[in-house]
Design a protein around this ligand. Sequence first.
Ligand SMILES: *Cc1c(COP(=O)(O)O)cnc(C)c1O
Length: 377
Amino acid sequence: MKSMQSSELSTTLETLGKQLRERTANFLGYPVSKDFDYSELLPFLQYPLNNLGDPFVDSTYAVDTRDAEKEVVQFFAELFRAPADNWWGYVTNGGSEGNLYGLYLARELYPNAMVYYSEATHYSVHKNLHLLHMPSIVIRAQENGEIDYEDLRNTIQLNRDKPVIILANIGTTMTEARDDVRRIRQILKDMAVKNHYIHADGALSGTYSAFIDPRPAFDFADGVDSIAVSGHKFVGSPMPCGVVVAKKSNRDRIARSVAYIGSMDTTITGSRNGHSPLFLWYAISKHGIEGLKARAMHSLETAAYAEQRLRELGLDAWRNPNAITVVFPEPPEPIRQKWQLASEQGFSHIICMPNVTRAQIDEVVAEIAAVMETEAG
Ligand SMILES: *Cc1c(COP(=O)(O)O)cnc(C)c1O
């Protein structure tokens, strides 16, 4: 690639900027928040931040944001009711890495275990299990996307000789269904399964499930051993990121000191993004618990509104209890393309992230209504 004139560079960047501005404006189909303003953090782009190694162990590489990262992990550990003296975690590159980490810990704990997860599980989990070379069984999902507890019980029964690892969904990708962790724990108890590990994939809903009343059964107090969330989804961030929280005692089993970095090699990657922990810390500090809760309530209200408006059109729109994802029969291609609506097996969904407004819902509903009128002739 030849070096560009600065005028040419700025034209190219202007074009890209315009394109992204337009594409961000109409965006209802994927669970990422867009209502953030991190401009105060621009000066920090001048530093080669790198949180090499374990956030809780100092490294010789000191151009880092470990303090911010530790506060972020602590925030989520408390939000997820982790045992006060037995939590650990780090800021990941996203929910997928957090799931990989949870499953990795589980495998180190129970190398001969069988992994169970529902068919509504995110596609990355299958790949993670392949990478980790862990045997697994897919459990049926109910119509709403929640795991089929009877199928889970019967399948575990057939493999009772093996330790049980369960990946529970706290908000599935298509319908935002939550697997009930207490019910899963009860099944394990009924069957006297002694060795078990539950990892919660809370990529989208994990962050705000703690604000919902009644509180869904999804966290450490309910019986999970680790939880992964995405940071760029509900909180919102210009770069993908996430947080994984696990029990410190489990992390200690895999800790191995690496002399070169002068820290502990307890994370998946070596170099780690030092900016994303700062961004998450900034967002959490600015919103506070109350602000985050208000965002969740706004999303839930918008989702209820969208569900009602779509139903008024005569469409079979629905959502899971306290979910911000509204599922409905897929609209025609031009509408799906304009609003970037994913679709699967004839259904699309609108995900009412905190930035989504009633005006946007009105607009997409009007477009669907117009198509329906044309079709009705
Ligand atoms: C988005 C998502 C993931 C993957 O998270 P990334 O942050 O994109 O890596 C995993 N599981 C569920 C349910 C998701 O919605």
